[in-house]
Design a protein around this ligand. Structure first.
Ligand SMILES: [Zn+2]
Length: 512
């Protein structure tokens, strides 16, 4: 017999109002369990984020599954269970070992089949997008502030945040230094570093007392805030703060900046991988370097790009890695976990099948619900007839009528839910598959270094270089494609697709 543990979670970082509170999750799940005739052995609630592994109650649930106290989990949506690939992997691993036999979610389709597990992987790893949406909501409030001409963040150098009336005012001393810095730079005789040192001498530094970085200098000099314009997500808005830099000076500075950046991009366009990876030996960052070699014999100059550990964390024995070598490893990695474009027709067929299945399920559910609704309406009108014909006592009439009304409301709510839910789970799947096919195409292209970077960020994390080899943690859905080794090749038969999405032999990397 299947024994389910109910797991409910809502953490404080989830400000989304559409998310059910823990209490309503419990109520909904209990109702769901009655409807589906599920046996519940335990109810566990937790208010902690699932973005990182390490939740006490969640661990207890998995322990109980290991011990055989329960063999099913009932939760509102996969994102209640896991929003990081490690916890997601642990659940799939329990399914693989048949310790966990079923998962039920009112808001998500799951079947304990290869395809079902694949979908689950996607639901766990795509929650990243969900987190992005969340911060979108917070940003909405900021946008409104900007429309009113107020800057919602920290005041730029030379200005002060007035905490009382929540405005931004000119800092009388520091604004003079910033103004001087603009003037110096506009002469085109100062480098970013010189400017940063000048500002430090005058008393403008980072919070820790260090001179501001070159990138910050660049941002200061190009910040339109200084000429009264607020830039937010590419939109420009007029600010109501006072300015101490005039437009003419600002424009001269922009010209110098442009010239400098042209010179810079010619030298540094290769650094697409830096900032993404760390050294596998010491944990310091990876940096790029260009070496120019002159060949006397052929009178030729060749440029070589190398990646190496910055060694900022102390002694480290790691050697250089050439860009050619690194890029070929990166392309190989992307290829191994992405889909050959020839999979497209098979995938489309499969998705269409699932969509049709889902549609007919929704249709059937809607039919039952609307039938019940009209039955209630009939009862209501009969009741009214009885009352009007004086065959019913007023108090009895009212109780019965209220009761029916309540049922009707619940049913209407349910119909709305069914219509809304539909085949929503297929959309993230389609998007995921579209991305992996695109990734595969880009990995094969010769000259697209800057296109590799966003793909890399999507497929995995913890990029490290160790002894000239690249290591990373693939996100779970990509890891599923990679383990089979079949995804990157053209498919042979239609059945291949279900084999492809079978998450076989992946053991999750446990923390610690
Ligand atoms: Zn190192």
């Amino acid at each position: 017999m299947l024994k389910y543990i109910v797991y409910c979670r809502k953490s404080t970082d989830e400000k989304n109002k559409q998310l059910l509170s823990i209490e309503s999750q419990i109520a909904e799940l209990k109702e769901f369990a009655i409807r589906e005739r599920l046996t519940i052995v335990d109810i566990v609630t937790e208010s902690k984020t699932a973005k990182q592994p390490g939740r006490e109650k969640f661990d207890q649930v998995l322990e109980k599954i290991e011990q055989g106290t329960a063999n099913g989990i009932l939760s509102w949506h996969p994102d209640r269970l896991a929003r990081n690939s490690i916890d997601g992997g642990r659940i799939v691993y329990l399914l693989d070992r048949k310790l966990l036999l079923d998962l039920k979610f009112p808001a998500f389709w799951f079947q304990n089949t290869p395809q079902g597990k694949f979908m689950l992987n996607i639901a766990f790893s795509q929650s990243k997008y969900y987190i992005d949406n969340l911060s979108q909501n917070v940003k909405r409030g900021m946008r409104q502030k900007i429309r009113r001409g107020e800057w919602p963040g920290k005041a730029p150098y030379g200005y002060l945040n007035n905490r009382q009336n929540k405005t931004i005012e000119i800092d009388l001393t520091k604004s003079k230094i910033i103004s001087k810095a603009f003037h110096l730079f506009s002469t085109d005789k100062y480098s970013f570093t010189q400017l940063s040192l000048f500002m430090a001498e005058q008393g403008i530094t980072k919070g820790n007392g260090q001179p501001v970085s070159i990138n910050q200098i660049r941002r200061i000099l190009s910040n339109k805030f200084y000429i009264g314009i607020l830039t937010y997500k590419g939109e420009l808005h007029k600010g109501n703060h006072q300015c101490f830099i005039n437009k003419k000076l600002f424009d001269r500075v922009q010209k110098v900046l442009e010239r400098k950046s042209r010179a810079r991009t010619q030298g540094l366009h290769f650094a697409f991988f830096t900032g993404l990876a760390t050294c596998g030996e010491c944990g310091a960052g990876i940096t790029a370097e260009q070496h120019i070699k002159y060949y006397k014999g052929t009178n030729r100059v060749a440029k070589y790009v190398y990646y190496r550990c910055t060694k900022k964390k102390g002694v480290c024995s790691q050697k250089y890695l050439s860009q050619t070598n690194l890029v070929s490893q990166l392309r190989q990695t992307i290829k191994s976990c992405s889909l050959h474009p020839n999979w497209k027709p098979y995938i489309n067929t499969w998705i269409k099948e699932k969509m049709d299945e889902e549609k007919s399920k929704v249709k059937a559910k809607l039919k039952t619900a609307t039938n019940r609704l009209s039955a209630i309406d009939q009862k209501l009108s009969k009741l009214l007839d009885l009352f009007l014909e004086d065959n019913l006592d007023k108090s009895i009439y009212q109780t019965k009528q209220n009761n029916l009304f309540e049922q009707k409301q619940k049913l209407e709510e349910k119909i709305k839910q069914i219509q809304h839910k539909g085949s929503s789970w297929l959309e993230p799947l389609k998007e995921f598959l579209r991305c992996t096919i695109l990734a595969h195409k880009i990995a094969h292209k010769k000259s697209a270094l800057n296109e590799l970077r966003p793909i890399l960020k999507n497929i995995g994390s913890n990029f490290t270089l160790l002894d000239k080899r690249l290591f990373l943690n693939l996100n779970f859905a990509y890891a599923t494609l990679a383990t089979n080794g079949r995804a990157a090749c053209a498919p042979k038969t239609e059945n291949d697709f279900s084999l492809l999405v079978t998450p076989r032999g992946i053991e999750p990397r446990l923390p610690g």
